[in-house]
Design a protein around this ligand. Structure first.
Ligand SMILES: [Zn+2]
Length: 418
């Protein structure tokens, strides 16, 4: 027995719950939703996302087949051919998934006013339906009580239309799909931040999801309309928003409470307010759903830094009391085997007389943490500059000359994005 995170009842039967729906290329699984809730979420919550016209377009573009193993047809419905308001066409997907116009058969009857009691019948068929023609004639002959032979004498003409212009009517759901985004944010938060489960807002959201309350869901999915990808602009330095990945970002702030940003590539970008309670301000969890590699993984800030930046390089700012000292240093720097005296890779520090100080460079930097200046590097990375107070020297090898430093920068070159 365990508690289901949706109905919050003790249950024995649990299912494989896709946090991001399977049909949208989701690879994030949790096992804390009971079988009944899993099935209800699929029917009333996930379906609103999966069948949204934006999702259908994206699934179509990415070739993501749904449960039925069929590619969604984002052009489904009946449309009009340009310049012919009476024609009804559909755009069907052929075997290669290419939309192909299909003319819906139409039969019209028009009474002729000049000829007494006569009627003009016109039949329009798609070329692929030619074999249906005789069947349709039979129906007409029955309806008009005219021998079929008379009808067969009529003229037949074939018109094929190349590159037809077709008017599409799309209806876009601006509201109900939001419950699907709320579910993703809620499940990600409960799975990543266990104490959130007991939060009052968390109970309220579970109830909204269980009862599929579309109106109530909207009040939580309240940052952006759902289609504003600019919401993620500030994260574009470390999230690869051009890739087909989906991103979830769980974060907390004192003023806003607990938030989850959801970015489903090519479909939706939104911010969800999960709670007004404040959680630790350093809280940050990234969820990366990689459609190409078919994996979902969580990334925490420290890991983010080590993944997207190369190991830091140190750069010193020196103090020279005259030009001669500076020239001498520059010559040594050009010389063979130039390095700094270091132990286990950490540069040692000395006083003016050449005595080792009891602290090394990293300990000194730690002392100066409060006054560090962080700036972006032109090359796309990040530099943290630590001013060095007091008279501190490092030793140049192999000459063993001392050179005074006034600041040290730790430079992180960005090498990747999530
Ligand atoms: Zn349940």
């Amino acid at each position: 027995m365990a508690e289901c995170i949706i109905c919050r009842e003790e249950k024995t039967s649990f299912s494989d719950e896709h946090v991001i729906p399977d049909a949208l290329g989701g690879y994030y699984h949790i096992y804390s939703v009971c079988t009944q809730c899993n099935s209800d979420l699929g029917s009333f919550v996930d379906s609103k996302l999966v069948n949204h016209s934006f999702s259908e377009f994206q699934r179509y573009l990415l070739g993501l087949k749904g449960k039925s193993k069929k590619l969604p047809n984002p052009f489904s419905g009946t449309h009009q051919m340009e310049g012919d308001e009476n024609s009804k066409v559909q755009l069907r997907l052929n075997e290669d998934g290419k939309p192909t116009p299909y003319k819906i058969p139409s039969v019209t009857y028009a009474e002729n006013s000049d000829k007494n009691g006569s009627i003009t019948v016109s039949v329009t068929l798609d070329a692929t339906d030619e074999h249906e023609f005789d069947g349709i004639l039979k129906k007409i002959s029955k309806k008009l009580q005219v021998p079929i032979e008379e009808l067969q004498k009529a003229e037949k003409s074939f018109v094929s239309i190349h590159q037809p212009s077709i008017h599409l009517k799309l209806s876009i759901d601006l509201k109900e799909f939001k419950i699907g985004l709320l579910k993703i944010a809620y499940e990600f938060a409960v799975d990543s931040l266990p104490e959130y489960f007991a939060d009052e807002s968390s109970r309220e959201i579970a109830k909204i999801l269980k009862n599929a309350e579309y109106d109530a869901a909207e009040s939580h999915v309240n940052i952006g309309s759902g289609f504003e990808h600019e919401l993620f602009a500030s994260m574009s330095d470390y999230l690869d928003l051009d890739s087909k990945r989906h991103f979830l970002v769980l974060t907390s702030s004192i003023s806003e409470g607990l938030l989850c940003f959801v970015h489903l590539h090519g479909m939706f970008s939104v911010g969800v307010t999960l709670s007004h309670k404040s959680y630790p301000s350093e809280l940050m969890v990234f969820g990366v759903n990689d459609i190409d590699r078919k994996i979902f993984r969580k990334v925490y800030p420290e890991q983010l830094l080590s993944e997207i930046y190369a190991p830091p390089e140190l750069r010193f700012q020196y103090y020279f009391s005259n030009e001669r000292e500076m020239k001498e240093f520059l010559m040594l720097q050009e010389g063979e085997g130039f390095s700094f005296h270091a132990e286990d890779g950490t540069p040692s520090l000395f006083d003016r007389a050449g005595n080792r100080l009891e602290y090394d460079l990293y300990q000194k930097m730690k002392q100066m943490e409060m006054v560090v200046i962080s700036e972006p590097l032109e090359s796309g990375g990040l530099a943290h500059t630590f001013p060095i107070d007091g008279e501190v020297y490092i030793k140049i090898m192999p000459s063993e000359k001392l050179v005074r430093i006034v600041a040290v920068s730790e430079e992180f070159q960005q090498v990747a994005k999530l």
